[in-house]
Design a protein around this ligand. Structure first.
Ligand SMILES: NC(=O)c1ccc[n+]([C@@H]2O[C@H](COP(=O)([O-])OP(=O)(O)OC[C@H]3O[C@@H](n4cnc5c(N)ncnc54)[C@H](O)[C@@H]3O)[C@@H](O)[C@H]2O)c1
Ligand SMILES: O=C[C@H](O)CS(=O)(=O)O
Length: 494
């Protein structure tokens, strides 16, 4: 079943909409003939049925990637760069259609979807440049008859498993550096959002990226596909973006064949506001960080830690801004907050809020599902009187809920901020330079926003520590995840 005639008519390039996996340059059905439905989280509308592939089709994709690797790794960097730049331009040329697919299958407001397409494309642009700068080293020798050097070579076939919340950017943040380095790749996107991934594959094909270099397998049987990817000896690297529990499972599976891994996992970001902060700036930063993608990002402010001296003022100002946020369908004008991805998400957010309120917190704004809009919407919410012993303090909310915790001293703020197994993003607002240095150095997180609520960019290293994962994406560091550094020792040179 394809998209309805009405929906198809809203696309400039409806041929970008695929219902089959992309393996070895071919669009293929599942061997079983099975399909699964893609649902619009805002309306519950059945969008399309997509071929439901499994382990055997995944093995075919790995085989294709292995065959393609032999030639792709020898393609001159300038040519790889040219092909990536062509892909980048095609993504830009199709921004509206890609954004439309994203809002349909993921739900985020159309303007946010358009922004993600540009953000996702920026990684292809960045690594098109990096492809031409994979330099090695000449090392001062340790013996008169020897000369030493290093070269960087592609790790080989890469498996990428990606989440639903950024259906384009989480793929390009991996495919860009992998292809730039001379690797080939098999991508398994979330079955919640397969259409964006398949459209990206179509554009890669249009760009001239050879068959087998980039493959996309979509299916509901995530564990089967994952097992095929993590157990195959031709797969030399797994790059995963998703929840920490699944990341831990995949790390275990990869250990059996000692694969390289990059893990971009869950977060629990503190957003600290000190008495000396510019409170208005902190409120704007909180709005940007907390409510983007309806709070469904790994770097969303998850715990608002507000110093006692400005707690009431901050809460009041934040509430005034949250009241200006409109919740609704992503295609409706002036909507800021779309639906949550599925019913499990609504249940999880409701349980976290209800637990906090039942234990003494107050819902200053919101505090329940927005049932008048449908089954998948949650009201933008602010909780006050929240304490460290409540469940919400220790959980990634992944919804438009801002719990405000009060602290007295800088030391207490640091202790609260670091009291979590996660270490991805963190934020704080202060105008005291000495404090800025003390707090930046004391926070156990891979990324620190200082008087800033949005830090993500292709030019800087994105990633975390502790149970938020390992490795970095984007920046001059991102391509290192996809290369092996080989040391050459040339002897007998008397
Ligand atoms: N650190 C980051 O850059 C980053 C970015 C986006 C999302 N995330 C995290 O991802 C989570 C939300 O995304 P999600 O719900 O898609 O996460 P998820 O872990 O449920 O799923 C992520 C991907 O893993 C697949 N998967 C699930 N179980 C699997 C298994 N047993 N074997 C193989 N693959 C399996 C899913 O199908 C999906 O493609 C949040 O925790 C969020 O913090 C992190
Ligand atoms: O949710 C995870 C994404 O990495 C967030 S961002 O768009 O990179 O900030």
């Amino acid at each position: 079943m394809s998209l309805s005639t009405h929906l198809l008519s809203t696309f400039s390039q409806p041929e970008l909409i695929h219902h089959q996996s992309y393996i070895n340059g071919q669009w293929v059905n599942s061997l079983s003939g099975d399909t699964f439905p893609v649902i619009n989280p805002s309306t519950g509308e059945h969008l399309i049925d997509v071929a439901d592939v499994g382990a055997l089709e995944t093995k075919h994709a790995i085989d294709a990637a292995q065959v393609a690797l032999g030639k792709w790794r020898t393609v001159l960097p300038k040519e790889r760069s040219r092909l990536l730049r062509k892909w980048y331009q095609l993504i830009l040329d199709n921004q509206d259609d890609l954004a439309r697919l994203m809002t349909l299958e993921q739900g985020k407001p159309f303007a946010e979807s358009k922004g993600e397409v540009l953000y996702g494309a920026s990684f292809i642009d960045w690594f098109a440049d990096e492809a031409r700068r994979l330099y090695g080293d000449v090392i001062p020798t340790f013996a008169q008859d020897k000369r030493l050097l290093t070269v960087k070579q592609p790790v080989g076939v890469v498996a990428a498993i990606t989440p639903w919340n950024f259906p384009i950017a989480m793929i390009t943040r991996k495919a860009g550096p992998a292809l730039a380095a001379g690797c080939t790749i098999v991508i398994k996107p979330s079955d919640e959002t397969p259409l964006c991934a398949l459209a990206l594959a179509d554009l890669a094909q249009q760009a001239g990226i050879p068959a087998g270099v980039l493959n996309v397998v979509v299916g509901k049987k995530a564990a089967d596909i994952g097992n095929a990817l993590t157990s195959h000896t031709d797969v030399k690297k797994l790059s995963f973006t998703g929840s920490t529990p699944v990341g831990k499972l995949l790390l275990t599976q990869c250990a059996q064949t000692v694969k390289r891994t990059s893990m971009e996992l869950g977060g629990n970001a503190p957003f600290i506001v000190f008495n000396d902060a510019d409170v208005d700036a902190a409120v704007e930063g909180a709005i940007a960080s907390k409510y983007r993608n309806a709070g469904q990002t790994c770097v969303c402010a998850n715990r608002m830690l507000v110093q006692a001296g400005i707690y009431d003022t901050f809460a009041e100002k934040l509430a005034a801004r949250v009241q200006q946020l409109t919740t609704g369908d992503g295609f409706s004008r002036n909507v800021h907050i779309g639906p949550l991805i599925n019913s499990a998400a609504i249940k999880k957010v409701s349980e976290l809020v209800n637990d906090a309120v039942n234990n003494g917190a107050t819902a200053l704004i919101g505090g329940k599902p927005a049932t008048s809009l449908g089954t998948q919407f949650y009201e933008p919410t602010i909780l006050t009187g929240v304490t460290q012993d409540m469940t919400i303090f220790h959980n990634e909310i992944f919804g438009p809920v801002a719990p405000l915790f009060k602290f007295e001293t800088e030391a207490e703020a640091i202790e609260m901020a670091n009291d979590t197994p996660f270490g991805l993003a963190s934020y704080f607002y202060s105008q005291d330079l000495a404090r800025i240095w003390r707090v930046s150095e004391a926070l156990d997180y891979g990324m620190v926003g200082i008087n800033e609520g949005i830090v993500s960019t292709e030019v800087a290293p994105f990633g975390g520590m502790k149970e938020s994962g390992s490795g970095r994406e984007g920046s001059k560091y991102g391509i290192d995840e996809y290369v092996e550094i080989k040391y050459l020792c040339m002897g007998g040179l008397r």
